[in-house]
Design a protein around this ligand. Sequence first.
Ligand code: SF4
Ligand code: SF4
Ligand code: SF4
Length: 202
Amino acid sequence: MSRAKLVAGIAAGIVALEGAFSLAATHDKSSYLLRPPGVQSEGDFRSRCIACGKCIEACPYRALDVAGPMQGALSGTPCIDAREQACRLCSDYPCVAVCPTGAIRDVADKHDPRMGYAKIDENVCIAYQGYRCEVCYRVCPLIDEAITIDFQQLENDGIHTKFVPQINRDICTGCGLCVQRCAVSEPHVPIRIVTLAEQEAV
Ligand code: SF4
Ligand code: SF4
Ligand code: SF4
């Protein structure tokens, strides 16, 4: 094969690969995958999801990734990297509407999804160190329900108050918007989603 044909062939291969992954980025960061809204349990999801990708195509925010090859049998299934792009809890849940198998189902209101819950590391969150932040609180679609601000006296300080976020696990949907918008940079982001898979593994 001539050099020109070889280069053209490689270029065509790259274009084809880019096309295959153009719907969403792949996701290999965690074995406890954050699933789309409407997941009932990780086990139920795995038994029903056929990795057709319809939910991924339907998401207008491109919040749904494809689980990558490092996920083994789970590769190709939908998941969310909340730090990259969180779920917006769409009012009409287009991802759920197109699912042909019921792997994601039974959500109507923004309170309904149970993808997980947010967890804050108080040793790292700057609000707990006495700085004003409240970004996670302000962006939450369920502000003053899933997340509230608690007022705590600063240690060894009779004047100033800390404004610290607190998660209500019973209401938090696990949408991840607080994680995406957290003001603290990697690698010490103080808030994360404890996924259903992680809870079931405990
Ligand atoms: S609810 Fe909306 S933003 Fe969330 S995954 Fe479904 S389509 Fe995407
Ligand atoms: S539409 Fe349903 S079956 Fe298809 S990949 Fe999404 S969750 Fe799985
Ligand atoms: S994950 Fe964060 S933004 Fe989403 S409902 Fe829970 S506290 Fe609110």
